[in-house]
Design a protein around this ligand. Sequence first.
Ligand code: GRG
Length: 296
Amino acid sequence: MTDFNTWARNIQQRTETALEQQLTAASLPPQRLHQAMRYAVLGGGKRVRALLAHAAGEFCAASTDKVDIAACAVELIHAYSLVHDDMPCMDDDDLRRGKPSCHKQFDEATALLVGDALQTLAFELLTAPDLLNDTRQQLAMTHLLAQASGSRGMAGGQAIDLESVGAALTQEQLEFMHIHKTGALIRAATLLGAGCATQQAPDKIAALDHYAKAIGLAFQVVDDILDAQADTATLGKTAGKDAEANKPTYVTILGLVRARELAKELHANAISRLSAYGEAATRLVQLADYITQRSY
Ligand code: GRG
């Protein structure tokens, strides 16, 4: 088995290639929109959601080519959320993935349309008639991504986030927000990777669901620690943004030491049901390590 970094680089590269192929050429009209979509998606991002889809896909012996498409769909939804999140009506951020955010590089109307079009492209990919032989399964996956992205998922979490500025949230309320805002898509990425397999073993899906829920929260706790600790150049986005915006975070609620402990607990919880599967779960365990130990 290759080492984790080699595996992750390979997935990141194949995701980049697949996204490159799925996005419309910038030369086709409307050129500005297509150019801006490619700008928002390509050449940046850790591709954590694609890595999760592939790790789960490998766990369930799914075809890598099919997982590529599911991974693209989730990365497109994620990219759309970042474009909209950076707009002045939301988090108002000028920097994303180390470059000007989409509305800064283009304009607000274009950024709005980029988000809209990336979201529909995600569903176009996931509903492609030749993606899976099992249309019922494909429908279930499409349904899952829609739910994870909508008002009972990511968009709902974002609404709570916007309402929470200046509010004194409890840890439970903060967790509720993040389960939706960040966790839902991370869970969808994992389950969609598994969904590409021809056989769905219920025990494996349950273990993956448990993993994804815990690792989604761990991802957010680490994000809050990094926002408080790392610099803008390392993060590729404005550091200290949450504190400046008077937003509750795991660090403001728990303090740094407890937040770090929580990340470790969530990591342990995430992988707790995987040991029974031995080597098949290696990438999931390594990915949990990466998510909790990342520096940006
Ligand atoms: C606008 C509907 C809508 C939703 C926005 C995800 C989100 C909701 C906003 C992003 C704001 C943010 C900083 C959330 C914290 C966690 C997070 C999703 C960070 C960014 O994800 P990474 O680190 O980004 O995976 P890369 O650039 O590596 O893909």
